[in-house]
Design a protein around this ligand. Structure first.
Ligand SMILES: Nc1ncnc2c1ncn2[C@@H]1O[C@H](COP(=O)(O)OP(=O)(O)OP(=O)(O)O)[C@@H](O)[C@H]1O
Ligand SMILES: Cc1ncsc1CCO
Ligand SMILES: [Mg+2]
Length: 246
């Protein structure tokens, strides 16, 4: 039965709205605005500094950390290393998005090294996911037409969403940041990942009812995240047990 997962997601959305968790994002420079707006619209509080000399203080103020590799340079790597170390010391959950690790061997190796430091969740698209060996104890989220979420042998497939989502750059990055927002509630990582993929997928369906293309879809998606209700998740969730493996 998957209905309990949808119910848990609906309750997590209620809790997120009550608590307004803080999420620190080391986000690529392309999509920061979309990700910050999406987090705020849903009810979380984003911050985005990645300067090495400040990042530990920002992680200290946050309830969860989202590490996205999309645009890397030496300073950002230094910031990521310090932020992940601080999250570990402070026992704050963190999520890894190995964005574009399929484009460069150096980035694949860096992503594998971060994965060995045990984020609670890894969120990747299919090409990125195929290059990484998942540790048994890290929740894996592979987005695409169907979003697949797995922890060891437990796996579900979520078929909510709309194809326009893939035509707006950064919606994958946003999905990871939303998962970090649910992790920030101290939710079990599998439930946090399910809640985030349902929230974005159901919001995308709503946004697509008014959008005329990717340009108008983007603000409609922000509005839909703002207006999304726990009841929308209960009613619209399309979750199946997934035997196919990731
Ligand atoms: N064909 C599709 N139909 C419906 N939804 C889709 C489709 N492809 C992707 N999505 C959704 O789009 C979002 C982005 O997923 P995708 O796998 O494209 O991430 P990504 O490549 O990392 O994106 P980005 O790097 O632009 O952030 C997810 O919410 C996913 O569910
Ligand atoms: C387009 C792009 N290039 C580096 S990061 C990024 C956004 C996430 O794909
Ligand atoms: Mg990506």
């Amino acid at each position: 039965m998957t209905a309990p997962l949808a119910e848990e997601a609906a309750r997590l959305l209620e809790r997120l709205r009550e608590r307004g968790p803080r999420v620190h994002c080391l986000m690529n420079t392309v999509v920061r605005k979309l990700v910050a707006d999406g987090l705020s619209a849903l009810g979380a509080v984003p911050s985005m500094t990645d300067a090495p000399e400040e990042v530990e203080a920002f992680v200290g103020k946050a309830d969860a950390l989202c590490v996205n590799l999309g645009t890397l340079d030496a300073a950002r790597r230094a910031g990521i290393d310090r932020a992940v170390a601080r999250a570990g010391e402070a026992r704050k959950p963190w999520l890894l998005d190995p964005a574009h690790c399929d484009y460069s061997p150096a980035r694949t190796a860096y992503a594998a090294g971060l994965l060995a430091r045990r984020p609670a969740v890894l969120r990747a698209n299919a090409a990125e996911f195929a290059l990484l060996a998942m540790p048994e104890d890290v929740v894996a989220v592979r987005t695409g037409e169907t979003d697949r979420i797995a922890l060891g042998a437990k796996a579900v497939a979520i078929s909510n969403g709309h194809p326009l989502t893939a035509r707006v750059t950064g919606t994958g990055c946003l999905s990871g940041a939303l998962a970090a927002a649910f992790l920030a509630l101290d939710a079990p990582p599998f439930a946090a990942a399910v809640a985030a993929m349902l929230a974005l997928g159901v919001a995308a369906q709503e946004a697509a009812t008014t959008a005329r293309g990717p340009g108008s879809f983007e603000p409609a998606l922000i509005d839909a995240l703002f207006n999304l209700s726990p009841e929308d998740i209960r009613r619209e969730a399309r979750i199946d047990h997934d035997q196919s493996g990731l």
